[in-house]
Design a protein around this ligand. Sequence first.
Ligand SMILES: Nc1ccn([C@@H]2O[C@H](COP(=O)(O)OP(=O)(O)OP(=O)(O)O)[C@@H](O)[C@H]2O)c(=O)n1
Length: 388
Amino acid sequence: MAAMPVLKKLENAGFEAYFVGGSVRDLLLGRHIHDIDIATSAYPEEVKEEFEKTIDTGIKHGTVTVLYNGGSYEITTFRTESGYQDFRRPDQVTFVQNLDEDLKRRDFTINALAMNTNGEIIDLFNGLKDLHNRVIRAVGNPEERFHEDALRMMRAVRFMSQLEFELEGETQKAIEDNHELLKKISIERVREEFVKMGIGPHSRQAFQIFLDTQLSEDVPDFAGKKDLLSIYPQLQFSPTLETSLWAVIIILLKIPNDNIGKFMRDWKNSNAMADAVERIVELFDLLASQAPTDYDLFKAGEATLLNTIDVAHILGQPISAEALVDRYDALPIKNSSDLIVDGRFLIKNGIEPGPKLGILLNSIREKVVEGELENSKAAIKQFIEEQN
Ligand SMILES: Nc1ccn([C@@H]2O[C@H](COP(=O)(O)OP(=O)(O)OP(=O)(O)O)[C@@H](O)[C@H]2O)c(=O)n1
């Protein structure tokens, strides 16, 4: 790891230092590491003495950002948090001289792992076992962890979705019992976790837990809308882009067109995001008003990065995967680039490369566009054989 020299530098200066949190978890899962957090026994002033380029990111909370060898590292003094205010951020930070106390204050076992300069993992709460079994479990008493920071309940469902993990029973129960604490959390912080959940690979499963635990009832705009939102976990495929996620949510919640801008602003989205989402919703409105063909659904899916089946589902015209696959081959084409075959297909079917091939391909395209020939490999193959 290119970050190792940073740990070694702190160690050489006589301090303890460990990689902690998400980077250790993601390293062990083989995931991309985007932020490297380091916990150390050194106080912020001592960290600053060791490195030339530093930024006082959160000096009161013990965090200094260090720029070293082209990388950026958040170095935080071992700490516990005591006296939480409004179930939000720690009110008071107490620096401690050992790693154990620091790890104890963390949210989930898989986020409470540390790694030292020898690459050894410090695992006080069986985080490795939970990583292996793909489980999100609160460190220690889940109620306490959620009272310290209620956002952690959203983080639980976000990690489920992002990492494709299950939620451990006691942790889930504590969310069910304490979901109302989420009301205290700012929409900006909720938004960040909601979006990560919504575009993660396991978002439908996580969304189901978001609804089942009643967390959704404590989120503005979602309260009392469980019935409408319950379509989301039934989608065949989940959004991979923020714009698609918001469009799906707005369509499911039946937000009137005039209110989309306000809804997007209330959720602290940018104007560009709001505009993009409005365009997607307009497309859905258009389709809903004109009995769309399979082709329209397919193209709308392409435009919104959703699955054709989901586009149909969201429009209230459910179609099964089997039915769609049966009809897929026969989709009429409206655009020449949608032809199901190309020159290589003609060559494979006995047409010599050359001008004749080009002419034949053009005439196939014209016939398909005119609806005289089915856009399927079988029909086109038969047509080629008839021409030869
Ligand atoms: N409400 C929170 C937020 C963070 N943490 C701890 O601080 C670490 C870093 O937090 P953060 O950067 O927000 O999340 P990551 O776990 O690193 O995940 P990612 O960066 O992938 O979002 C977490 O791993 C966890 O140990 C916590 O205990 N409670």
